[in-house]
Design a protein around this ligand. Structure first.
Ligand code: HEM
Length: 247
């Protein structure tokens, strides 16, 4: 009698899935911090200047080191490329797959499938939109500040890109966090259906709040950029810093 051969389970799909979740979560957490940092402009030019210079280590070392910011951007680039490469495995590739997914989303009214489709579309858009933003910042890490950023947004005509990027990233990130919570059972109560409804509501709230904050932030950069256009290229330095006084 032949002894049955033991088949070793292939752990790679589960490992890759775990890695995709981990890179997605890291990027989503970064985007929450990013929103706080970029929206500091709503508190005034000085507030944004302090945050930008703090990231360059100016208050620690006495002079700015934009290389520190470039390092953070490089880490985000690696996470972004890894997350995108891992996500490619999930993209529907044949016409038959597309038809089956659209049927589930439309005809069967499966809302989670519809949300997943939106995540695929916005993820695809992010390949292009986020790459432009990351490349520009990676090659000019020292040009972040109230005037520097506002000049890029308005005089550098980055605002159309940022409108699309903001919509894509907030929808993608919101759906992504919701799907992560569902997948790994975070915040799951005894009633699964009620947990799903609660998480979905939280997801829409989060997307709404971040979109509102993002558009208010973008509007602030556009307003400063329009005002500053005649002096485009001039860097911002707070009056109290020039005079050597503490704020
Ligand atoms: C996947 C990564 C990223 C995405 C999706 C993203 C998205 C965005 C969006 C949508 C805006 C427009 C402002 C708004 O309305 O909120 C923006 C602006 C900005 N982002 Fe990012 N961002 C990413 C990575 C980074 C990194 C790594 C940095 C630097 C550490 C950075 C720094 C900035 C700055 C300084 C602005 C203000 C405008 C400017 O200076 O061009 N971002 N970002």
């Amino acid at each position: 009698m032949r002894t049955p051969t033991r088949v070793k389970p292939d752990l790679w799909p589960a490992r890759l899935d775990g890695l995709q979740s981990a890179t997605g979560l890291a990027l989503a957490l970064f985007m929450i911090g990013h929103m706080m940092f970029v929206s500091s402009i709503l508190l005034g030019k000085d507030a944004m200047w302090v945050v930008a210079r703090a990231f360059e280590g100016q208050f620690l070392f006495g002079k700015p080191f934009p290389g520190l910011v470039a390092g953070v951007i490089a880490i985000i680039c690696v996470l972004f490329v890894a997350h995108a490469a891992l996500a490619l495995r999930k993209f529907p590739s044949s016409r038959r797959e597309h038809q089956a997914i659209h049927l589930a989303a439309r005809e069967l009214g499966l809302e989670d499938t519809r949300l997943w489709l939106w995540q695929v579309y916005t993820g695809f858009a992010l390949f292009f939109l986020a790459s432009v933003h990351l490349y520009v910042l990676l090659t000019r890490p020292g040009l972040i500040g109230p005037f520097e950023s506002a000049d890029r947004v308005w005089s550098g005509t980055f605002w159309p890109l940022y409108i699309l990027l903001l919509l894509a990233v907030e929808l993608h990130g919101g759906i992504g966090l919701y799907r992560l919570a569902m997948k790994w059972g975070w915040f799951e109560g005894t009633d699964k259906a009620a947990s799903r409804r609660r998480l979905k509501r939280a997801k829409w709230w989060m997307t709404g709040v971040f979109l509102a904050l993002g558009f208010a932030t973008l509007a602030a950069y556009i307003r400063i950029g329009i005002e500053h256009a005649p002096r485009q290229g001039e860097r911002y330095v707070p009056a109290w810093y020039q005079s050597g006084e503490a704020p």
